[in-house]
Design a protein around this ligand. Structure first.
Ligand SMILES: [Zn+2]
Length: 451
């Protein structure tokens, strides 16, 4: 499951808390902004980096990406002002400092885009038996699982059955997928390869910050502990806030550092399982609803773009043209996943935080930490509703070779079906995109591949 804000971890589970939780998030954002204008655990933006992107984009392209992908929910007019030959981007409102991005005069006058990842078209044409040869793919199994699955609220259990823990499911898929991708010639690395966190921090390291966030946001004397998983006031406790600062904000930012400074992949595939509200995790609702969707970065909210770091990261991502690559990748993988799983596309209940993009009907733009911070194309997969009756039965059946009869239907193991469908999508994309390459560049051997 994908979550954007602190409150969203509960928003999908308890419809009743949604309204008050939304309100709380808005206050959180406003409170932090007043202090520093940097998002939770965010880094100070390095605006000078954008100098490398001068004259690498035409005005038309820039306008298209702002209007149709990144700024689809609108934003304050002083944040990005588009003139004839340049865009003026607000760096700091109090100081009234702006960055000027000069446009390329025409397509032919465009300077090359600096980036470490390689678009499919720049890779050498492939042989039929190893269409992913030389491609550096990092797999990011979502969440942590293991003993932290309950803390992450990615845990439920039906009676005495084996508990369902999203972080364990995604890691299992990642291992199967890695083997398939290596057989196809890819160099595969793991953003997470165990159920231990990537970050060295732990919840207790964030207790003081959690307390400050709560006090700033109208909870003058925050309670230390959560009473139980259904405690309606839990997000106002130091425990809950410090845990989410650990397992989401600190953990994903640490994963981003790993991706950006060590792994240097050509793309990251984030692996998740989706869910519908399951209520009490010890007595969850099972549903008939099941669906599939994929996410790419975009669709920033006006209030997110108020943060100096998020605005900077959005512009840097826009200028890297990751979207051109990740949209086609996501669309192609989505078609392969739909073919293999038979799942219908997910429909978000409101268009308030996502924007439908691409042509498959399965892909949405959304501003998640991982899709924003990993500096390369990122495809974020959200197949299967874990608490649908069908998926629950298949998770309980575990992993196996071949097919088995599950509720009257011969099925692959859900883990292999997931891994196979992503691998097939990658093969479809790279076979087609690399096949047309006429002037391949030599492949760089400089970036290490951590396995
Ligand atoms: Zn997830």
């Amino acid at each position: 499951m994908a979550t954007r804000f602190i409150w969203q971890a509960v928003a999908w589970r308890k419809v009743l808390v949604r309204t008050s939780a939304c309100l709380f998030a808005a206050i959180v954002a406003a409170g932090l902004q007043a202090a520093e204008n940097i998002s939770v655990l965010g880094n100070k933006p390095q605006w000078n980096v954008l100098e490398h992107y001068q004259q690498t984009i035409t005005r038309d392209e820039f306008v298209h990406l702002i209007n149709d992908v990144y700024g689809t929910h609108g934003f304050a007019p002083d944040l990005i002002e588009i003139k004839d030959d340049a865009a003026r981007i607000l760096m700091n409102r109090d100081a009234q400092k702006f960055f000027t991005l000069r446009f390329a005069a025409s397509d032919s006058a465009r300077k090359s885009v600096p980036r470490l990842w390689r678009p499919a078209k720049s890779l050498s044409p492939t042989k039929r038996d190893n269409p992913l040869s030389g491609l550096r793919i990092a797999l990011d199994p979502g969440h942590l699982g293991g003993k932290r699955a309950k803390m992450e609220e990615r845990w439920f259990q039906v009676g005495d059955s084996k508990p369902v823990q999203e972080g364990d499911l995604t890691l299992r898929v990642a291992r199967l997928l890695a083997a398939r991708l290596r057989d196809l010639g890819a160099k595969v690395s793991f953003v997470r390869s165990t159920d231990e966190p990537t970050t060295g921090k732990r919840p207790d390291d964030f207790r003081e910050l959690a307390r400050k966030i709560l006090i700033k946001n109208g909870v003058p004397q925050p309670r230390a502990e959560v009473l139980d998983p259904t405690d309606p006031e839990k997000e106002h406790t130091i425990r809950w806030q410090s845990e989410i600062l650990f397992y989401r904000y600190s953990e994903i930012r640490r994963r981003a550092a790993l991706v950006n400074f060590k792994l240097h992949p050509d793309l990251v595939v984030c692996l998740h399982f989706n869910a519908e509200g399951w209520g009490d995790p010890n007595s969850p609702n099972l549903t008939d609803i099941n669906h599939l969707h994929l996410l790419v970065n975009g669709s920033y909210l006006a209030e997110e773009l108020e943060f100096d770091d998020e605005r900077f990261e959005m512009i840097r991502r826009l200028l890297s043209r990751a979207y051109d690559e990740e949209l086609l990748l996501a669309d192609t993988i989505a078609v392969a996943m739909a073919r293999e799983t038979g799942l219908p596309p997910y429909a978000y209940p409101t268009p308030n935080s996502t924007t439908k993009v691409g042509s498959s009907g399965y892909v949405f733009a959304r501003n998640l930490l991982a899709t924003r911070l990993y500096r390369c194309p990122v495809v974020y997969c959200e197949p299967y509703v874990m608490n649908s009756k069908d998926v629950f039965a298949r998770i309980q059946a575990g992993d196996y070779e071949g097919t088995r009869n599950i509720d009257g239907v011969e099925r692959k193991s859900i883990f292999r079906e997931y891994a196979d469908s992503v691998a097939n999508g990658l093969v479809d994309y790279y076979s087609s995109a690399r096949g047309g390459s006429r002037s391949p560049k030599p492949m760089s051997q400089t970036a290490p591949s951590a396995e």
